[in-house]
Each structure stands twice: as structure tokens, then as C-alpha cells.
Design a protein around this ligand. Structure first.
Ligand code: 5CA
Ligand code: ZN
Length: 409
């Protein structure tokens, strides 16, 4: 499917710094050193509801990764999926009487608009689960032939024991895995499974649900993890630089995906770094479509909130932090945006070369956006207090803020 239009990324003087990111699999910072073409896969939405602030925060984090790479003069090969068929989408469509394809199309279209408004760079390949099915079926067949998958009541399951490296992404103990599996789409209590954690690869056709030709697997639909594996292997191959998503994807989704791919290819690792964004909460609980405690990007836009202010509200929090959306978070961002715009609208100002270096250093250090904002705040405060004579400075600041933080002043 098509993605969304790319915003301009102004070229900046000099070259940016190499990026260090916190990797869930090692539990510490890793120096991400991609080749001339950096490869990143970020898990996309399940389109049964509009983009909320939590989604936007996660996609904003991985947008910064790309902007840092572009600033090091690398190209970025970015792939994202859309889980346009899965249990929660079908359940929502059934509950509202909507056609599930119309629901998915509508919400994906809204997501594209929200991403465009937020100046998030689009993926080069934006692939739906449904369109990936012809590539998924042979992978599941191969896993079965290799003895890494088995049939249960017509469904096909992956055997986690087939991967000697299973567990290395999330590094959780068996009890924690079991709990999260039940919470996040797994079925650890289904009788007959070899290991309670084994995830479904291919779900046999069920009454009233859509199904596709599954070759030797029979008609059905794909499991969730194999969807992202098929898309990532097809467009990026093994050993790509960053696998990204919110922290709720570390287990089971990214753990299972890594295992599927490692067993399929015999290579290790699936991704060189697993990077996870914190969860945004509302009223004390994680913002989630299933709980319904949501603030939608599109609602804020409709209310007349400048998308640049939404983006500044996201940037004010470190991407790995769990944080809470409140009216004052937005009010502070609106106020900051006005301050910055006023500062760059003057014909001259204090010199800005040091500011560019500070933004670059902050972002290269595990995407420390709050530190980058503080550096811009300091420049804007000097501008307001004493002004300056550097006629190039306001332009340099707005180009740096645009290119590295995605905020057009
Ligand atoms: N389609 C799958 C991934 S393949 C999925 O998780 N879709 S989603 O719509 O539920 O979430 C999309 C992305 O937003 C995921 O990376 C998820 O981790 C992230 N996300 C969901 N809720 C929040 C939240 N409250 N705060 C931050 N990120 C969130
Ligand atoms: Zn995914």
C-alpha cells in the first residue's frame, strides 16, 4: 500500500554524530553503526481506531532515529507494516457492524494524515498483512518442514524450542513470558501445545472470518509475528540495524519474530538492535485502544492544535520514559512553540553553531530529545534577553530544528 508524503529535510552544515541507542536485547547502549544504507523496521498500527498520542510518540521516536542517520549522510531504508487483519480488528468490526476492510482502510488513511501533519518521515515500503500473505504462507510451510512448527486443531503453531536463542530479545523468565503471552494476543492455556508460549503462525479459517489460500496449510489467515518477519525479510533481510516499536512489543512480538526469522534462515540475529519506546498513559493507565482512554492526534488537530505543538509535546519526553499526557503537557508545548517561532522570526540573533552541535550530541546519545529542546530553549532565551547580530543564526536554528526534530518553525 502507499505510505504518506515525505516532508523536506534541510541539509545541515557538517556531519552529524553516530547514534547510540538502548538495546533491549543487551539491556544497555549499543553503538548503531549502519553501512551507507541504514535498515530499520518499525511495527505499524493495527488500524481499528485512530492514531492516539501513544502511537504518535512511538513513531516520533523512530523518526528521530532516521533524522540522525540522514544527518550522518546515510540513506535510510525504512519498512513498516499495517496489521490490516488480526483478532482486534475483526472483533471491533463485528462489534460495530462495520465491514473490516472499510474500517482498516479508513483508519489507515487517518493514520497517514496524522503522520503527515506531524512531519514523520514515511517508510519506503508500507506493507499490509493482507498483501503479505502470499509471502507468509511459504515461510510457515518451511518452518513446518524444518520441524519447527506443528499442527493443532487445524491451526499451525511455532515451536519456541526450535530456536536456541529464544528469550534473548526480552530476557524475561518463563513466568513473566507466560503472563505477557496471555495479555498480548497469545493463548498459553490452550491444551495440546508443546510449550504454552508457542505462538500461532497460521490460523485455520473460522466461521464468519475472512480467510485466504494457505497452500498445504489450508485456508486461513496469518499469525501476528510471522507477518512482520515476512515483510522484514522480504524488504530488509537478516541482520538489519534496528527493530522498533513500543515497549509492549518486546515480548511476545519481537521475541517471537526474532525466533521465527532465526530458525528460518539459520542466521543470527534478526535485528542488530531492538529499540523500544515507553508507554504514554492517560488518567494513570496506558493509553490503549482496548481500554478506550485515548487522546487522538486527529481530534487535537480538529480542535485547532498546531501539529508542531503536538510534536513538541512528544519531544519533551525521553522516548524510553513512560509518561502521562495531560493538558499542561500540551499547554507547555504550545507556549514553547510560540517562543521558538518568535525567536527565529527576528532578522538576527546570537550565534547558533554551538546549538547545532548540542542538538546533535543530545540526539546521538540515545535520542535525548528533552536535552535538545533545552538547548534550543537556551538559544531562544538569549535571543529574547539580549538579541544578537548574527544574521544567519535564526535561519540556522530553524533549519536545525526542522531537520533534526521535525518541527517547522
Ligand atoms: N500492529 C501491531 C504491531 S505489528 C501493533 O502493535 N499495533 S498497535 O496499533 O497496537 O500499536 C502500534 C505501535 O504503537 C506499536 O509500536 C505499539 O507499541 C505503540 N503503542 C501502542 N500504545 C502505545 C502507548 N500507549 N504509548 C506508546 N506507544 C504505544
Ligand atoms: Zn510488528
Amino acid at each position: 500500500m502507499h505510505a504518506w508524503p515525505a516532508p523536506d529535510v534541510p541539509a545541515l552544515p557538517g556531519t552529524g554524530r553516530d547514534l547510540s541507542l538502548h538495546d533491549t536485547a543487551t539491556g544497555g547502549p549499543v553503538s548503531v553503526e549502519p553501512g551507507p544504507v541504514a535498515r530499520i523496521y518499525v511495527c505499524g498500527i493495527t488500524p481499528y481506531d485512530a492514531t492516539h498520542i501513544g502511537h504518535a510518540a512511538t513513531y516520533n521516536a523512530f523518526d528521530l532515529v532516521q533524522r540522525v542517520w540522514l544527518d550522518t549522510k546515510r540513506q535510510v531504508h525504512y519498512v513498516q507494516n499495517v496489521t490490516d487483519v488480526d483478532d482486534p480488528l475483526l472483533e471491533r468490526a463485528a462489534a460495530t457492524g462495520d465491514d473490516w476492510t472499510a474500517l482498516a482502510e479508513r483508519e489507515t488513511a487517518l493514520f497517514r494524515e496524522d503522520m503527515t501533519a506531524l512531519r514523520i518521515l514515511p517508510p519506503a515500503h508500507y506493507i499490509g498483512a493482507v498483501e503479505a500473505i502470499p509471502g507468509i504462507v511459504p515461510l510457515v510451510e518451511r518452518l513446518r518442514e524444518a520441524g519447527a512448527a506443528y499442527e493443532l486443531g487445524g491451526d499451525t503453531y511455532f515451536s519456541v524450542e526450535a530456536d536456541p536463542d529464544f528469550g534473548k530479545v526480552s530476557r524475561l523468565d518463563a513466568a513473566a513470558m507466560r503472563l505477557l503471552s496471555a495479555e498480548r494476543g497469545g493463548d498459553p492455556d490452550r491444551p495440546g501445545k508443546k510449550n504454552p508460549l508457542d505462538p500461532v503462525l497460521w490460523l485455520a479459517a473460522r466461521e464468519g472470518e475472512p480467510s485466504w489460500d494457505g497452500g498445504s496449510l489450508g485456508p486461513g489467515r496469518p499469525g501476528w509475528h510471522i507477518e512482520c518477519v515476512a515483510i522484514a525479510l522480504d524488504h530488509l533481510g537478516m541482520g538489519f540495524d534496528v527493530q522498533g516499536g513500543g515497549s509492549d512489543l518486546a515480548f511476545p512480538h519481537h521475541e517471537m519474530g526474532a525466533s521465527h526469522a532465526q530458525v528460518l534462515t539459520g542466521a543470527y540475529p534478526f535485528a542488530k538492535a531492538y529499540v523500544h519506546a515507553g508507554m504514554v498513559a492517560l488518567d494513570g493507565e496506558k493509553m490503549s485502544k482496548s481500554k478506550g482512554n485515548l487522546v487522538f492526534v486527529s481530534t487535537l488537530r480538529r480542535e485547532g492544535v498546531d501539529p508542531a505543538a503536538i510534536r513538541l509535546a512528544l519531544l519533551a519526553h525521553h522516548y524510553r520514559a513512560d509518561w502521562e499526557w495531560t493538558p499542561s503537557v500540551l499547554a507547555e508545548a504550545v507556549e514553547r512553540l510560540a517562543r521558538w517561532r518568535s525567536a527565529v522570526s527576528r532578522p538576527d540573533g546570537p550565534p547558533a553553531d554551538d546549538l547545532l552541535a548540542r542538538i546533535r550530541a543530545a540526539l546521538a546519545d540515545d535520542l535525548d530529545a528533552p536535552r535538545a529542546l533545552a538547548a534550543v530553549d537556551a538559544w531562544a532565551a538569549r535571543q529574547a534577553a539580549e538579541g544578537g547580530t548574527d544574521t544567519g543564526a535564526p535561519g540556522e536554528v530553524s533549519r536545525a530544528v526542522d531537520a533534526l526534530l521535525g518541527v517547522a518553525l
